[in-house]
Design a protein around this ligand. Structure first.
Ligand code: FAD
Ligand code: NAD
Length: 475
């Protein structure tokens, strides 16, 4: 095997592996080094997303949601199912199978695009040299014209609630629970808290979510956040806002949690506690002295808008750099960098990155919230269409939530789209495309949407922005 490459990628998650594949497609010689090891000690490409994040969480969300629908919705459809039950071991087995197929797929994709796959640890040395340490401890020095750092992120640990498996666990532990805890505590009502809290709530856990901030889903449009809070409450998720955890300790087979809110100090006893209080960039033993790569005060690798670090020929992408910690954001950055290295055009439109929370109802948005538009001072108009008025949503027994469009009053440009409802994560793609093309709400109004589809909700929301909705009352 060669010791010198055009490109070496350190990290084979959703930011690193697409960078390597695109570099291969661009006819560059490329190696991708990844150190991810599963609990059985086996190596696997795909990083957090495929092994312990996006994919396994969506597998369990799907299984648990189907269980709830069979239990609560089938009767309305006239379907009689006796004794609806579930088998956590089978759910976990299915999840593991999906993860394995996905991660093995990367190895096949690497082969097809000529990427040299190296499983082990990578460390950047000065002068674009990379020290590779294999599983057996043997070391080799590799050199590259360009190095792409894609080392990802790790769960943030709280001093007041240090991880202590199997009782105080991170999201990976929460995805691997072998049975349903009777009482489940979650620190953080962010994306992970809501998704994993939903999985175990649907399967019967009493779930209490402690969120330090006073507002629910503060990053989202607040009309959408209010609607979401209403649904989660109805589902039995006990979300306590303004709750600052001061201590959590394992006592016997339970966890004693203390927290403070405006009313004073409280205690809570749970069987398992998930800490989902954000993630931090992961750069442990990644950079030798003298590489010239710099970190900011929160530990992110510093990059410009094209993901160039301060060191010539060294780039960084994904969760280890600024911006939302999302797989698709990392993927676009990885591909952009591999194209720029090959002398092609490359750019990431950071204003049109969709966010999706895979709860039920699903939540998705792109662009600015109404609060952000209001504070910008730009006059705007809003169109909202409830899924209750969608024939398709009613036929699906999923007529909850709404689609909302915010457009500029002056030139009608779409500034933000916020959807809570069935398949919101799929529906948002149309809004992302519209914003990518700087579409106006009139462009959406004049676009024919098939009937009856959920996507008509977006069409009608665009019409509602000009009080021209057909299928709902204009307010
Ligand atoms: P990672 O996926 O963390 O990959 C980095 C890789 O680099 C890892 O394999 C790591 O082992 C390896 N590495 C690090 N240092 C070295 C080194 N020195 N040498 C060799 N290898 C190294 N995002 C979404 O967009 N949608 C979702 O639905 C979603 N769901 C999530 C659910 C959960 C429970 C979690 C935890 C996260 C979820 N995310 C989701 C976030 C998503 O997983 C991350 O944004 C994404 O994985 C970041 O990709 P990355 O390639 O930058 O980093
Ligand atoms: P997050 O930032 O989404 O939420 C963390 C929450 O914890 C915040 O609301 C924060 O206020 C709260 N918090 C922080 N410290 C606390 C404390 N001491 N006590 C109580 N609450 C506290 O982070 P996350 O949910 O851990 O997810 C990590 C990252 O993974 C996110 O950036 C997210 O984008 C990504 N992710 C994405 C998806 C998705 O796209 N569907 C799913 C899961 C994770």
């Amino acid at each position: 095997m060669a010791d010198s490459f055009d490109v070496i990628v350190i990290g084979g998650g959703p930011a690193g592996y697409p960078a390597a594949i695109r570099a291969g497609q661009n006819k560059l010689s490329v190696a991708c080094i990844d150190q991810w090891r599963n609990r059985d000690g086996s190596y696997a490409f795909g990083g957090t997303c495929l092994n312990a994040g996006c994919i396994p969480s969506k597998a369990l969300l799907e299984s648990s949601e189907l269980y709830v629908r069979a239990r609560e919705e089938f009767a309305a459809h006239g379907i009689k199912v006796a004794d609806v039950g579930f088998d956590v071991a089978q759910m976990q087995k299915r999840k593991a199978g999906i993860v394995k197929t996905s991660t093995q797929g990367i190895t096949a994709l690497f082969k097809a695009s000529g990427v040299t796959a190296l499983q082990g640890h990578g460390k950047l040395l000065p002068g674009r040299r990379v020290q590779f340490t294999a599983a057996d401890g043997t070391q080799r020095e590799l050199t590259a014209k360009h190095v792409i750092l894609a080392s990802g992120s790790a769960p943030a640990e709280l001093k007041v609630a240090p991880f202590k498996a199997p009782h105080i666990i991170d999201s990976w532990g929460a995805l691997d629970l072998p049975s349903v805890p009777k009482r489940l505590g979650v620190i953080g009502a962010g994306v992970i808290g809501l998704e994993l809290g939903s999985v175990w709530r649907r399967l019967g856990s009493e779930v209490t979510v402690l969120e330090a901030l006073p507002d629910f889903l503060a990053i989202a449009d607040q009309q959408l956040a209010k609607e979401a809070a209403r649904h989660f409450k109805k589902q039995g998720l006990d979300i306590r806002l303004g709750a600052k955890v001061s201590a959590a300790k394992v006592s016997g087979d339970a966890v004693e949690v203390s927290y403070e809110d405006a009313q004073g100090t409280h205690s809570l006893t749970v069987d398992r506690l998930i800490v989902a209080a954000g993630r931090r960039p992961f750069t442990a033993d990644l950079l030798a002295d003298g590489t010239g790569v710099t970190l900011d005060d929160r530990g992110f690798i510093q990059v410009d808008e094209h993901c160039r670090t301060a060191a010539e020929g060294v780039w960084a992408v994904g969760d280890c750099v600024r911006g939302p910690m999302l797989a698709h954001k990392g993927k676009e950055e990885g591909v952009m960098v591999a194209d720029l290295i090959a002398g092609h055009y490359g750019e990431v439109n950071y204003k049109a990155i969709p966010s999706v929370i895979y709860t039920a109802p699903e939540i998705a948005w792109v662009g600015l919230t109404e609060e952000q538009v209001k504070s910008s001072g730009r006059p705007y108009k809003v169109g909202v269409f409830p899924f209750l008025a969608s024939g398709r949503a009613r036929a699906m027994e999923q007529a909850q939530g709404f689609a909302k469009i915010i457009a500029a009053q002056d030139d009608d440009e779409i500034l933000g789209v916020h959807i809570i409802g069935p398949m919101a994560g799929e529906l948002i793609a149309e809004a992302v495309l519209a914003m990518e093309f700087s579409a106006s709400s009139e462009d959406l109004q004049r676009t024919i949407h098939a009937h009856p589809t959920l996507s008509e909700a977006l069409h009608e929301a665009a019409l509602a922005a000009d009080k021209r909705a057909i299928d709902s009352i204009n307010r």
